[in-house]
Design a protein around this ligand. Sequence first.
Ligand code: F6P
Length: 357
Amino acid sequence: MKRRIGILTSGGDCPGLNAAIRGVVRASYEQFDTEIIGIKDGYRGLIEGDYEELTREQFSGILTLGGTILGTARTPFSNMRVIGEDKVDKVKAMKNNYQKMKLDCLITLGGNGTHKTANLLAQEGLNIIALPKTIDNDIYGTDFTFGFHSALDIATDVIDRIHSTAASHGRCMVIEIMGNKAGWLTLYSGMAGGADVILIPEIPYDIEKVAEVIEKRAKAGKSFSIIAVAEGAMTNEEAEMNKKDRVEQKEKDPYCSISHKIASQLQEMIGVEARHVVPGHIQRGGSPCAYDRVLSTQFGVHAAHLIKNNTYGITVALNNNKITHNLLSDVAGRPSPVPLDHQMVLAARKIGINMGD
Ligand code: F6P
């Protein structure tokens, strides 16, 4: 049995992509006659026919490597069926290149946007297997995506380091954590780093309440405070607005980021000395942590098992500590925010962490 497998990585990169690629490739070579085609920069390479046949040796030594050896790009799903100025029919081009490469299947490693396009291609008749990667951990049907735990370690380290300088200066430090519209990374790193306040998009915040917490801490003799805020966190008023109004309001804001805004407001409201920190893409950089190396490898091995059994239209998942899979059509377009009654939210509240409400 021979399988010609195309692989692409799409969307924002994260630690663990190379480990997952390696997992698919090694497990495939071990089980059947394998040919691997590496597609450059995600769907961009598939549309433009930018790909290369790779040898087994080219996947050696990449387990611990951050980023992606295949390159990645954001190719928004919303544009996939739109014919732009270049007059390229992107869906048709992707199907043509799939045929041209003589693929038996295509493995897509990516987040929510990647899954939507993967599902579109599956509906167009291509054999697709998706692997859920993102530091945001917001893909439906999997307990964890790979990349999340590495980013969690980095974000926690940032909070730890901020702690000591906050304590020395008696400051209120506001740390802005990535995660797009989901609060998973902020919730977990805030908990791991001992934040006093955790603000996530799923729980709209009231700045007066946050100010009260900081003042109360000061009165109790705590000279410093740590606020972990998700980049997508919203006030009660913002949460009630429609998306367009919210974007317009943000554009009028004099602040360069949500952490800047909160630090400035608190300084003005209660006179606390406040600073903001935006670790940004550092959270996506470097080598995958041990958890992600293992999870990515297991996801890759499962993908090879699916290829062997000709099972397509699937996304791999972790469910109750077991590697399994879901239908792409069930997962695509269905993000996974933090449920308000999630045990981590309840635990945070139980140990006195304020969630801004
Ligand atoms: O989806 C991963 C992520 O890092 C989000 O947490 C963040 O909002 C976004 O990507 C940043 O995107 P970009 O790398 O395109 O600036």
